[in-house]
Design a binder for this molecule. Structure first.
Ligand code: SF4
Ligand code: SF4
Ligand code: FES
Length: 230
């Protein structure tokens, strides 16, 4: 099968084509095979098991985890959208972690542990399932429209902190999210449809946003659907 790869180096993109025996393999296995014949190709991967979130590339135009995407025909591979390229399929991820820091999205536990009931664990499990792969960010239009928007991955992680009763700030933790302009989310659900872990970021954002509006921390933004032309 043919594998076309959009490569990047020294400020320029170029396409390169490889012929590989890749039918039924994962994209990551194919990249590793290509690396054996062309050691100059750069890409990221660690766990090879859909856990670390580092291997995202565009496969035939869609953002996917390379390690759990099997292919059976010719493919094109590209670096992800939005994130600045570094080399070939490797991009700069730092902006994802910067937003987590800006929203202080980390767990500050109570001095003594409280056991959680199964339904309480269930409520936050989608948030803890997030592997910070960034796919939701790469498909999010709000990021393009508002550079201060906190990113769907940030809010997905924040949900698990805010609604876990072992978090010592309780719902006051919502105040930390105010600088992240959650109200810039258009609720298009691109993030939800593309998340490889079914975390449903849009739903978690909606719940966080509703709670922030109810507490007077933010005002809901009127969405601009001007293209409907009423
Ligand atoms: S919410 Fe889903 S798509 Fe977004 S970073 Fe987490 S696992 Fe990836
Ligand atoms: S639902 Fe919100 S966070 Fe998700 S992709 Fe759309 S604008 Fe971005
Ligand atoms: S290599 Fe870890 S998620 Fe793909």
């Amino acid at each position: 099968m043919k594998v076309k790869i959009k490569r990047y180096s020294d400020g320029d993109f170029r396409w390169e084509e490889y012929e590989v025996d890749g039918e039924g393999k994962t994209v990551l296995e194919i990249l590793q095979n290509i690396k054996e014949i062309d050691p100059t190709l750069s890409f990221r991967a660690m766990c090879r098991a859909g856990i670390c979130g580092t291997c995202v590339v565009k496969v035939n135009g869609e953002h996917k985890l390379a390690c759990n995407t099997r292919v059976y025909d010719d493919i094109t591979l590209e670096p992800v959208d939005v994130a600045p390229p570094i080399k070939d399929l490797v991009v700069e991820h730092e902006f994802i972690y910067e937003k987590l820091k800006k929203g202080r999205v980390w767990f500050e536990p109570l001095p003594t542990n409280i056991p959680l009931k199964p339904d309480e664990l269930k409520n936050t499990e989608k948030s803890w399932d997030c592997i910070l792969c960034g796919i939701c960010n790469y498909v999010c239009p709000a990021i393009q429209a508002d550079k201060n928007f906190g990113l769907p991955s940030t809010f997905t992680k924040a949900y698990g902190v805010v609604f876990d009763k072992r978090n010592k700030k309780g719902l006051d933790k919502l105040k930390d999210l105010v600088p992240l302009n959650i109200q810039s989310c258009t609720h298009c659900k691109n993030c939800t449809f593309s998340c490889p872990k079914d975390c449903n970021p849009e739903l978690l954002i909606k719940i966080l946003e509703n709670n922030m509006v109810q507490r007077g921390l933010i005002q809901r933004k009127e969405q601009d659907f001007g293209f409907l032309g009423f």
